[in-house]
Design a protein. Structure first.
Ligand code: ASP
Length: 310
């Protein structure tokens, strides 16, 4: 039996170290630990990597600290439009939703798109109608209202400025969330969920729901979940690029992640990071920003969570 692994991220943009209070840091680390525990409980009981990444991401979607689900940022029109995706490395089945409003756990809706439809990606009203049909839980606008996010939006409202939530001073908060896992059966999976970027245009879709850009999983190569300025991750087809470098160039997991995040993404001018693992038990948590909220647990070992440079 394979030794299980689980890695998570809560966004590649972090509070500057100088702005981080011990209380805030403790809250963020506790939320990361809770997500790791939730996902790892699935893996420890023999559950699938697919199930584990969904559960870990749901845990972060339910926290107001992260820009996903409950803590999603505001669009230019003062709403919350969320994107999410999930992919199973065993058969490369995938599901995603884009620009959905009111959905409590977009990652679970993405999984339902994968399992209950012939499609990979449903957007906007079509995705919301599908959610109603299958009884996926919705929440009211009040559930998604967060005072800090609201202030962030007020700072750029009415301008053309589009911001990663962590770009915004002084009330910077966490970003997109994601998870990658390896289960006892030796299968891997990845999932990503986000509220996108503050003050984004109505209808803007980032990399997170795009298979190959924000999320990718293939047993033969790796499972990847990304975070950062989505337009660059879309143009760089980042998650698939990591897989391709392993498959076609024979790079190691760490080598491929470094090449993409520290070189190719920077060449495009993009900032962000990713988490990745493979079925050999290797993992990589890579970012070109000051920090990335992240956590990792290997079967039989203690969980580790961190925020700033490696
Ligand atoms: N990648 C996300 C997006 O562009 C944002 C983030 O990772 O914080 O929608």
């Amino acid at each position: 039996m394979t030794k299980t692994l689980l890695a998570i991220h809560g966004g590649a943009g972090t509070l500057l170290k100088s702005e981080m209070s011990p209380e805030k840091e403790a809250a963020y680390l506790a939320a990361l630990n809770a997500a790791l525990l939730a996902g790892n409980t699935v893996l420890a009981s023999g559950g699938s990597a697919l199930e584990a990444v969904e559960i870990a991401v749901r845990s972060m979607e339910d926290s107001p600290l992260f820009n996903a689900g409950k803590g999603s940022v505001f669009t230019a029109t003062g709403e919350h439009e969320m994107d999410a995706s999930i992919m199973n490395g065993k058969d490369r089945m995938a599901g995603a939703v884009a620009g959905v409003r009111g959905i409590k756990n977009p990652v679970s809706l993405a999984r339902k798109v994968m399992e209950k439809t012939e499609h990979v990606l449903l957007a906007g009203k079509g995705a919301e109608d599908f959610a109603k049909e299958i009884g996926e839980p919705f929440e009211s606008e009040a559930y998604f209202h967060d005072e800090l996010r609201y202030k962030q939006w007020q700072m750029v409202k009415g301008t053309d400025t589009v911001k990663l939530d962590h770009d915004l001073n002084p009330e910077k908060k966490l970003g997109t969330v994601g998870a990658v896992a390896l289960d006892k059966q030796g299968n891997i999976a990845a999932a990503t969920s986000t509220g996108g970027m503050t003050n984004k245009r109505y209808g803007r879709v980032g990399d997170s729901p795009i298979i190959g850009s924000g999320t990718y999983a293939r047993n033969e190569t790796c499972a990847v979940s990304c975070t950062g300025s989505g337009e660059f991750f879309l143009r760089g087809v980042v998650a698939y690029e990591v897989s391709a470098l392993i498959e076609f160039k024979g790079l190691s997991l760490q080598g491929a992640c470094d090449e993409v995040i520290q070189k190719r993404l920077l060449e495009l001018g993009g900032d962000g990071g990713l988490i990745a693992l493979d079925r050999n038990g290797d993992h990589a948590l890579v970012f070109n920003t000051e920090g990335m909220y992240r956590g990792f647990i290997k079967e039989g070992e203690k969980a580790s969570v961190s925020i700033y440079g490696s």
